[in-house]
Design a protein around this ligand. Structure first.
Ligand code: NDP
Ligand code: GDR
Length: 324
């Protein structure tokens, strides 16, 4: 039975990847950091099938101990301070976790067992002020946030450890991917959660920032499959994972409100608090290398994704449940 470690298992992608690896017959170990309240709500349905261990990307000793104790075949490094807006107010912390955290983990791999295959969660945010459209593996980076800058570091240190120490370390440059398990602060989930509350009469407005920015939005469940495929190849390489379609925040609003027969213009208020000091205006990825070499392609369309999220939020709000 292959054994995998997932850092960031309590997050959106971590929960989908854990489910995916369990279906592939893996022994799944998830690293969680110590918190005063338990935040395993995305994992509750599979908690008895996985092993959770304590560790933190800020503490390299904890990483070395985990690798020594569990002897993994694969590591998926999904842990990060992943909210772009917060990276302006906590730039140093973001750098410690999202940039230097990658080095701490890579170096633990080098020390404990350089045979472990390593996946780094790189991001389309690295393209920032885009140098070409669509963006592919060879497109130069121009990050526009402390988060994007930290991810560029994480990306290059992964490439560097592959080239310096011959590690099987790969970097997946994933474009935005969403789901009913997306954090409530990200724009897609913020919209679908508000649509559900407005429809049910529990909210009356939605305050947002820039409605013109365009993103390449896919479904998280499709994207974790690409992560796994990257580690199954004997020849480590980096891949862009995207749908190849781009939509504005306003398109997302139209699709989500329209689905429940409401007009978004009646509810959305633009609020400077949600504007960013520097914006990424347009992202759209070219995932043809992943298609060719990994046999990967996205399955869920933009409209299906929006509807899936609105349906899930409506059910959750109706049931009075806790957000995933
Ligand atoms: P989430 O924000 O949902 O999850 C982040 C995870 O990282 C959480 O489990 C969090 O733990 C954990 N974490 C944060 N800091 C630390 C730390 N110091 N030590 C250990 N764990 C920590 O992110 P997603 O699931 O959306 O994304 C997964 C990864 O992919 C991230 O690296 C993100 O930057 C990257 N990415 C995401 C994209 C997307 O569209 N979703 C696109 C491209 C890249 P806790 O629950 O305790 O906070
Ligand atoms: P992003 O996602 O920054 O692309 O990072 P987010 O959903 O936060 O923003 C997308 C776009 O929507 C605009 N926007 C708002 N965003 C938020 N969060 N809240 C608002 O009220 C709002 N109004 C407008 C933003 O300005 C932006 O243009 C995500 C994260 O998952 C990263 O970790 C990941 O690396 C990238 O996607 C790819």
């Amino acid at each position: 039975m292959p054994k995998a470690l997932i850092t960031g298992i309590t997050g959106q992608d971590g929960s989908y990847l854990a489910e995916f690896l369990l279906r592939q017959g893996y022994d799944v170990v998830g690293m969680v950091r110590r918190t005063s309240t338990i935040n395993f709500h995305r994992l509750m349905h599979i908690q008895d099938k996985i092993t959770l261990v304590n560790g933190d990307l800020l503490d390299q000793i904890s990483l070395i101990h985990i690798l020594e104790e569990h002897r993994h075949d694969e590591i998926y490094n999904l842990a990060a301070q992943s909210f772009v807006q917060t990276s302006w107010t906590q730039p140093v912390f973001t750098g410690e976790v999202t940039a230097l955290g990658v080095t701490r983990l890579l170096d633990a791999v080098r020390i404990v067992n350089p045979q472990i295959r390593f996946y780094q969660a790189s991001s389309s945010e690295m393209f920032g002020k885009v140098r070409e459209v669509p963006q592919k593996e060879t497109t130069p980076f121009y990050p526009r946030s402390p988060y994007g800058v930290a991810k560029v570091y994480g990306h290059w240190i992964t490439v560097n450890y592959r080239e310096s120490y011959n590690l099987h370390a790969v970097s997946g440059i994933l474009f935005n991917h969403e789901s009913p398990r997306r954090g409530l602060e990200f724009v897609t989930r913020k919209i679908t959660h508000h649509v559900a509350k407005i429809k049910l009469g529990l909210a009356h407005e939605l305050r947002l920032g820039n409605l013109d920015s365009r993103r390449d939005w896919g479904f998280a469940g499709d994207y974790v499959d690409a992560m796994w495929r990257m580690l199954q190849r004997d020849d480590p390489a980096d891949y862009v994972v995207a749908t190849g379609e781009t939509h504005s925040v306003q398109d997302f609003l139209e699709e989500a409100f329209g689905y429940v027969n409401l007009d978004w213009r009646d509810y959305v208020v633009q609020d400077p608090r949600f504007m960013r000091p520097a914006e990424v205006d347009l992202l759209v990825g070219d995932a043809s290398k992943a298609g060719r070499e990994l046999g990967w392609e996205p399955r869920v369309t933009f409209a299906e994704l929006v509807r899936m999220m609105v349906d899930a939020d409506t059910k959750m709000v109706e049931d009075g449940g806790t957000p995933m």
